[in-house]
Design a protein around this ligand. Structure first.
Ligand code: BGC
Length: 730
């Protein structure tokens, strides 16, 4: 027998890139650096000709599967060098099977499930001939006015890091060149969520210590998870737009993090450096974009139109162009686009896969956050007689899908009304919208809604925001329930029937007046295709709510920004100091950091969420009172399910350093775990903590675990928990 020949060594990507680069003309290089929208359906002659000439390296949100397949055939077979296109698309929270908005997914605190959701989305997108999604969105925001809060994973760097990395793994799979993997894109790099006033695209001012501590961490986590690409953002950061920012793009991303994939600009964000007041004209914008390290320009064409002249004039180093092209080709090679051949255009299957719907339903279920449940109103008994379903969001498939949906199919969405009717039959479910939309201010539909409520044993009211009220460029200055929703609840409450409010929204809303009238409040975000059955399961006890907020809910918009990991002041108020203090106005007791007209605390704190059972946290223990560099300590506590239902609990580990070279937030999340506890069961939940978990940026911007005392809590949310302390010694 002849010996088996060793398998051919994997082709060395860098060698292939260099070989290709050596053959490329400047026009072809600039083509790779250009991304366009607008593939005609069917492809136009101009499309075909441009692809043949290598005018574009990428298309975004363009064509159908058939056009993408044909365009790729032309690129591979008819262009001079056969360089494949990379097709990107906004597959943000699902493709055909729509998952809850990211802020809702985050409330699950469940990295495995979030990863499974991204896998579903990635597989569906890959089947449609897509190579690349512009997700995950890793922006941290502490401002619910900002419409794009819907797309974030909340206010916390650790939650965003863990869940963002899970999404990267889900989209990209084990192997980037597998047929069902797509490249992910860490966006929007960086600081975009700190927009002043919560107004989209607005300026951001973020001191470097906060940038590193809060805003960069989730991007670093995505990079460590192997994210293939980054997107530079729209915002001006400390005076320099992020799409021309050498500090964030060259210093941090390339030098410190050694990222070797490519950076795409956001939509027109290169030429938007002109109105920002940073670039004089398109030529200057192109120069500043390339100099900063934005490899591919999305939509605007300043690279194509100006880089040649800049090179000819000796203003730009050819090496910068070559590096950018190398980065782009590297990702195309990693995706296997050079080797996969012409893709077969796939037809959309007649129905979404059951497995995909199953993941969507689990994610929707785990995203639901129970905010109020007076006298255990929920779960409702299945033997209940009649139910009234009311409200503008009970049966609104498009709104239920949320704000970043390009490919979801409204007819496939299962609404709460449909799910409840399926369970209980039309006869037991009376239905009256009461309001046509969330913004409807007419009371014309109230009488019908009140009549339905009068004849029912429980009133389920589906309120909130239509999807059009959140998302990009959809910021709000008020956070209340729009239209006449509050007035509708007032009328329904007068019937004396138990009113259960379910809120579907893209952001934290303020709804105190409704919450006081309701027996129970369930926050459902925009829960996607399977939102209806998930909500029905929770309302009727087939599932126990376990979601917890990853964003602080203010009492009123006037408290914004309000977030749990804030620094203390020199005059923190105490719980007893609400409102205007008694005594003279010069009483120093009253001079604390608070509001006269509203409690200074949030309506619902970060990490909060109720269950159908209750949990008790006791007996915090720390394995050793001292933590030395290079060692770890175990912090543990008893978590007991003291109620009568088996349930999941999201156990959170927080820390605080009371003194150091810089002040630290009053609490910071350091770890979390979802645990399952049977009714009556008690578990010892333990977290291992090393100096690396404690490390923070000091006054000279070094990441260190400063010696000193640390307080620690194992907690159900950011304001309670079993506490203790330990010391870090050098
Ligand atoms: C958004 C990005 C998105 C891009 C492409 C921009 O307006 O900011 O998040 O990926 O458009 O659609």
């Amino acid at each position: 027998m002849s010996p088996t020949l060793p398998a051919a060594p994997p082709p060395d990507i860098e060698q292939r890139i260099n070989a290709l680069l050596a053959k490329m003309t400047l026009d072809e290089k600039l083509g790779q650096m250009s991304q366009a929208t607008g593939l005609a359906v069917p492809l136009s002659e101009q499309n075909k000709e441009e692809i043949r000439k290598g005018r574009w390296g990428s298309f975004l949100n363009a064509g159908g599967a058939a056009e993408r397949s044909e365009a790729q055939r032309i690129a591979l077979k008819e262009s001079r060098l056969g360089i494949p296109l990379i097709f990107g698309r906004d597959v943000i929270h699902g493709y055909r099977t729509v998952l809850p908005i990211p802020l809702g997914q985050a409330a699950s605190w469940d990295p495995e499930l979030v990863q499974a959701g991204a896998r579903v989305a990635g597989r569906e997108a890959a089947a449609a001939g897509l190579h690349w999604t512009f997700a995950p969105m890793l922006d941290i925001t502490r401002d619910p006015r900002w419409g794009r809060i819907a797309e974030t994973l909340g206010e916390d760097p650790l939650v965003t890091s863990r869940l963002g990395a899970a999404m990267v793994r889900g989209f990209q799979g084990d192997k980037l060149d597998a047929p069902d993997s797509i490249a992910a894109c860490a966006k929007h790099y960086v600081g975009y969520g700190a927009a002043e006033g919560g107004r989209d695209y607005n300026t951001t001012w973020i001191p470097e210590i906060q940038l590193r501590e809060v805003f960069l961490r989730s991007f670093d986590a995505a990079r460590k998870a192997g994210v293939a690409t980054f997107m530079s953002a729209f915002n001006n950061l400390n005076g320099v737009p992020t799409s021309g920012n050498e500090f964030t793009l060259r210093q941090v991303l390339r030098k410190e993090w050694k990222f070797d994939g490519f950076v795409v600009s956001d939509w027109n964000s290169i030429t938007e450096m002109i109105p920002h007041g940073y670039a004089a004209d398109e030529k200057d914008a192109a120069f500043k974009g390339v100099r900063a390290g934005v490899d591919m320009e999305m939509v605007s064409t300043s690279y194509h139109d100006n880089l040649k002249a800049l090179l000819a004039a000796g203003k730009l180093d050819q090496k910068l162009i070559d590096d950018a092209v190398r980065n782009i080709l590297r990702v195309k090679f990693r995706l296997g686009l050079f080797d996969k051949g012409v893709p077969v255009a796939a037809e959309l299957p007649a129905a979404p896969e059951e497995a995909a719907l199953g993941v969507a339903k689990r994610l929707a279920t785990e995203s639901l956050v129970l905010l109020k449940n007076q006298n255990a109103t929920l779960p409702l008994a299945k033997s209940i007689g009649k139910i009234a379903v009311i409200g503008p969001l009970a049966n609104s498939p498009v709104d239920q899908m949320g704000s970043w949906v390009m490919d979801g199919q409204a007819p496939e969405v299962r609404t709460p009304l449909a799910a409840l009717r399926e369970r209980f039959g039309e006869f037991r479910v009376a239905w009256a919208a009461g309001l046509k939309t969330s913004r409807d201010s007419s009371h014309d539909g109230f009488a019908e809604a009140v009549e339905a409520a009068r004849g029912a044993d429980a009133v389920l009211v589906f309120l909130g925001e239509e999807m059009i009220l959140s998302g990009e460029a959809h910021s709000r200055a008020y956070l209340n329930l729009p239209g006449a929703q509050e007035a509708l609840v007032d009328e329904l409450a007068k019937t004396g029937k138990p009113v259960i409010v379910v809120i579907l929204a893209g952001r934290p809303l303020t709804f105190q007046n409704v919450a006081v009238r309701a027996s129970a409040v369930l926050y459902a975000w925009h829960p996607g295709t399977m939102g209806g059955p998930a909500i029905a399961d929770v309302l009727f006890g087939d599932a126990v709510p376990s979601g917890k907020l990853t964003v602080t809910f203010p009492r009123t918009v006037g408290q914004v920004p309000i977030y749990y990991a804030h620094l203390n002041t020199g005059r923190p108020p105490s719980e007893s100091e609400l409102g205007i203090p008694a005594g003279t106005p010069v009483d120093p007791k009253g001079f604390t950091s608070k509001y006269l007209d509203v409690d200074f605390t949030p309506e619902y704190p970060f990490g909060f969420g109720l269950s159908y059972t209750s949990f008790e946290y006791t007996n915090l223990a720390i394995s050793t009172p001292q933590l030395r560099t290079g060692t770890r300590i175990e912090i543990s506590a008893d978590v007991a399910n003291t109620g009568t239902r088996d349930a999941d609990e999201i156990v959170q580990l927080y820390m605080h350093a009371p003194a150091g070279s810089v002040a630290r937030p009053v609490r910071e999340l350091k770890d979390f775990r979802r645990v399952h506890l049977k009714a009556g069961e008690k578990q010892r939940v333990a977290f291992l903590v090393g100096a690396g978990d404690i490390a923070a940026y000091n006054a000279t911007l070094q990441l260190v675990a400063e010696p000193g005392k640390y307080q620690v809590w194992i907690a159900p949310d950011s304001v309670r928990g079993a506490g203790g302390e330990f010391t870090v010694v050098p």
